[in-house]
Ligand binder design. Structure first.
Ligand SMILES: Nc1ncnc2c1ncn2[C@@H]1O[C@H](COP(=O)(O)OP(=O)(O)OP(=O)(O)O)[C@@H](O)[C@H]1O
Length: 801
């Protein structure tokens, strides 16, 4: 179509209304088809731009038909070409309809397009004594593994039911060896696939080059779109390169017409032709730019979403110790700002780099073509000036970076004060916070003024450099023109192209900087994606039959991965029989919560074994294990969804009756019914619209809804008032009487665990005493001291008015 338009324009301007030839018709049809293919590919999911696309196709057809009519295409025996045109247009519309119906993914669902990129880790080791049992549940899972018994102390190698590929793993393994996969000396580890029978190749990311490779790997699904974008880019960049030439030629024609006595500028053939080429080239540039932008923008959006999905999956599968080490802020910024920067690399940055490089080197080449000596001098001076302005620019950028840091500090102060407004008010610390904020604010002002001052110097320096270059070109070029060694038109073109060279030099360097920043962000992202957790989240043994809920610790020792030298649990032996209610008490920092973490397999012990129903929990499918254990912690985290969804968390298939039952057991049913929308009431962020006691009861209901075989209450009733606590205690006793669920209750308030079957006193990582309340009191050891201290405290509190 564009070709048609350009040729048509030229013919009209030339006044050559020559008969429309058969070759013209065929060329038109071919052009229309090429255009159609481009549009189809570019606007694959054209549901977004339905009307622009359809209008473009209609305009193409109308233009070609008009042109054929104008040039007597219909009457000169070219009906066949016209018929071909109509048929192909009809086909185009059908294809567009087909593309529309097939290209849009509403949800990732079963036909997940990114399944091969998803990190899949489900590795565990099996002690020699264990036999792998492949349950129904496991064989249905997309991650299907069989295990060989562990040989020596080496890691067991998972055997996949499908093929497996070698996975390059540049990131560190990060594991302590147990249950993880250590990278081999050559930096390669064995990987497993996602159950689709094909291997997953995860590229390494320890350098910028490998980050780029990884990124290209993630961009592969959009390879066609990107290739098209590249083709459109080459066309639009070439057109852009040609524009100043036609502009300068037009200008030269205008100058040469000065005072020539002709009525109309359009009578000047040189002006007419160059103007027609200028209009045609500008149309080509605009049209192909539109196609290029659409293709690359679509690829960018998809690439970013893909990276974010894979990254989120990678974060979610990390060990708990990983979350201990890296804060929420760091990980979420990887998901947001870093992913955005990374997504822009292939599309925005690379696009600009290619486009400006083409324009830069093309313009430079043309300068040399116009006048090599002038071009040589110009490029030499421009390069020196460019280096100077770059240096100055990077100094200004450093100052701006500092501003960002100071701004970040100020924002952090503001964020904290606003988020903790209640605390600030309670401590009457408004002035202190204001003083804090003012300090950061003044730092910000100081840095900003410094930067603005540098910038105010930078702008004139750049202006002087640019004008000095123009000055040099005009002087030297003018000298050549006056000596007849160069035409005036060529000097005008030279000036235009030299401006393009300068602009492109600046843009190219800016884009290269952004590209490297994006690669830096990418390195951090791929580091997380390739970081192999040591503990699996799924896969492993699912024991047959109904679980009993027996827990056993055999000579367990544990230290947190962050401080491996500090044993927080030492040589601990413990058995909780099915149906038994065991309480753990003891001084703060004794290791009670660490024990809970071990039972839930947030961490693996560094010594000994934790057994559930007689199986080492390291061989059990962690998902199955955690389904058998209900947990309620001191800080009840609730999601900002409905009460019902909070209780049925992780089990969307749970019936309303089951939800009600769990809420009744947790003494939460009555207050939930009094909420504005009952069970459908949406809670505020982290459940802030409920009182502490209400939140705790919803959390207990959530744990009970899964009908666990072992219920862990880690300071679960500490936030309740005495009447709510009494209610929940009664509810838990009824639950225990009904279901004989085993319980491990961590408590500080000793009055709440007096009727436990057994009480463990944990101090400095050891069980120092155990027995019933009466037995322990009679022993007059640590427990009796704790009880008497607490009694004294309660008495003192009771005395206070
Ligand atoms: N994520 C962690 N990384 C490193 N050390 C930790 C971590 N969590 C706890 N600890 C340390 O482990 C020890 C035991 O802590 P734990 O939370 O198990 O004690 P606790 O008996 O539950 O205490 P409290 O009754 O106060 O809740 C403490 O010395 C604590 O500093």
């Amino acid at each position: 179509m564009t070709t048609c338009a350009v040729v048509g324009c030229v013919q009209i301007f030339d006044g050559e209304f020559s008969p429309y030839s058969a070759s013209h018709s065929i060329a038109d049809v071919a052009a229309a088809n090429v255009l159609k293919a481009a549009i189809l590919c570019a606007f694959g999911s054209f549901h977004i731009l339905k009307w622009p696309v359809l209008s473009t196709v209609a305009a193409a057809v109308a233009l070609i038909c008009t042109k054929m009519a104008l040039f007597r295409g219909w009457t000169d025996g070219h009906g066949a070409a016209a018929a071909v045109l109509l048929v192909t247009t009809a086909c185009t519309l059908c294809q567009l309809a087909a593309v529309r119906s097939s290209s849009f993914v509403n949800d990732y669902g079963e036909a997940d397009p990114d399944v091969e990129l998803m990190p899949t880790v489900a590795v565990t080791t099996v002690p020699k004594s264990e036999t792998a049992i492949s349950s129904n549940a496991q064989s249905k899972s997309p991650l299907s593994f069989q295990y060989l018994p562990e040989e020596d102390d080496d890691l067991a190698e998972p055997l996949l039911t499908g093929d497996y590929d070698e996975v390059e793993a540049g990131g560190h393994n990060g594991g302590n060896g147990k249950g993880g996969r250590a990278p081999a000396a050559d930096g390669k580890v064995r990987g497993q696939n996602g159950g689709n029978g094909k291997g997953v190749r995860t590229p390494a990311a320890d350098t910028k080059a490998s980050t780029m490779r990884s990124l290209l790997h993630y961009a592969q699904p959009d390879a066609l779109l990107l290739s098209l974008g590249l083709c459109f880019l080459l066309v639009s960049a070439t057109a852009r390169l040609a524009l100043p030439n036609f502009t300068s030629r037009c200008l030269a024609a205008v100058v040469s017409s000065e005072g020539d006595g002709k009525d109309h500028l359009f009578n000047n053939l040189q002006f007419r032709n160059n103007l027609a080429y200028l209009v045609g080239t500008a149309a080509v540039y605009a049209f192909f730019s539109m196609l290029r932008i659409w293709c690359t923008a679509k690829a960018e959006v998809r690439l970013m979403a893909r990276v974010q999905r894979v990254l989120f999956a990678a974060i979610m599968r990390q060990d708990i110790s990983y979350f201990d080490k890296y804060g929420t802020g760091q990980l979420t910024s990887r998901l947001t700002s870093d992913a955005t920067m990374l997504g822009a690399i292939i599309t925005t940055n690379c696009n600009w780099v290619i486009q400006t490089s083409l324009s830069l080197f093309g313009s430079m080449g043309y300068l040399f073509f116009l006048e090599p000596r002038l071009a040589g001098v110009y490029v030499a001076i421009a390069t020196v000036f460019f280096v100077i302005t770059r240096q100055f620019g990077s100094f200004v950028r450093k100052l701006q970076k500092k501003i960002q840091d100071v701004k970040g500090d100020a924002n952090q102060v503001a964020d904290q004060s606003i988020a903790l407004a209640r605390l600030v008010r309670a401590f009457a610390a408004e002035e202190w916070e204001q003083h804090h904020y003012d300090k950061s604010n003044l730092d910000m002002v100081r840095e900003q003024l410094r930067s603005k001052m540098a910038y105010s110097l930078y702008v004139p320096v750049v202006a002087i450099v640019q004008n000095a270059l123009t000055f040099a070109v005009l002087c030297l070029g003018g000298f050549y023109v006056t000596r007849g060694q160069m035409s005036g038109a060529d000097l005008t073109a030279f000036l235009f192209y030299s401006q393009t060279v300068q602009d492109n030099m600046n843009t190219l360097s800016e884009q290269i900087i952004s590209l490297f920043q994006g690669l830096g962000a990418g390195e951090k992202i791929f580091e997380i994606i390739q970081h192999q957790p040591t503990l699996p989240i799924t896969g492993g043994l699912v024991p047959p039959g109904e679980p009993k809920g027996e827990l056993k610790l055999n000579n367990v020792g544990f230290a947190y991965p962050g401080s491996p030298q500090l044993r927080v649990i030492e040589n601990m032996n413990l058995t909780i029989r099915p149906g038994e209610r065991v309480a753990a008490v003891g001084p703060s920092g004794g290791g009670k919560s660490s024990l809970v973490g071990l039972v839930l397999r947030y961490y693996d012990p560094v010594q000994g074994t934790v057994l559930f129903d007689g199986h080492d929990i390291r061989v059990l499918d962690p998902r199955w294990l955690r389904r058998q254990i209900g947990v309620v912690t001191q800080d009840p985290f609730l999601f900002g969804v409905s009460v019902r969804d909070n209780i049925a968390y992780g089990r969307p298939d749970m019936s309303l009756e089951e939800v009600h039952r769990a809420a009744r057991l947790a003494s939460a049913h009555d207050f939930i019914l009094q909420l504005p929308l009952g069970y459908e009431t949406v809670l505020g962020e982290r459940g802030v619209t409920l009182s502490g006691g209400q939140r705790q009861r919803v959390a207990i209901a959530r744990a009970l809804a899964r009908q666990p075989k072992l219920l862990i209450l880690d300071e679960a009733t500490s936030a309740l008032d005495s009447s709510s606590e009494h209610e929940v205690q009664t509810a838990l006793q009824t639950l225990h009487a009904k279901t004989r669920t085993s319980m491990l209750i961590v408590a500080h308030r000793l009055s709440t665990i007096q009727d436990a079957d057994r009480i463990l006193v944990i101090q400095r990582g050891h069980i120092v005493e155990q027995g019933t309340h009466t037995e322990l009191l009679a022993r007059k050891g640590v427990y009796s001291v704790l009880v008497s201290r607490q009694l004294q405290t309660e008495l003192l509190e009771g005395d206070q008015p």
